[in-house]
Design a protein. Sequence first.
Length: 126
Amino acid sequence: MKSIHFNLRKAAVLATISFCLFAFKANAQDETKTVSGEVLDMACYMAKGAHGEKHKGCAAACIKDGAPMGLLTSDGKIYLLVENHNKKEVYAKIKDRAGEKITVTGTASVKGGLQGLVVEELKEKS
């Protein structure tokens, strides 16, 4: 009887460890990505779905006033753009590109269901 209890206990411990490792790996989604899309002001986009050429002026004004920025990709994904505290100038340059299509590289992650990109580099047009 003790042997069965011991084996069940070992199986339970192994199952718990496996589950924890799987959960940790599932949450460890941070990766470097290069993403292209339209710079959004998230306030107007989330409230009204506003974006595109007609919304460019409003997006620029909203971002200048402090609205968070996002990037809308061609397949409809949205990344919240986040300033890298060590590369503030890159994020500042993106603020001047509201409503435009850009390509950025950064650390992508999902936290609490929100997809974000900590901006490292803005690919300048060549």
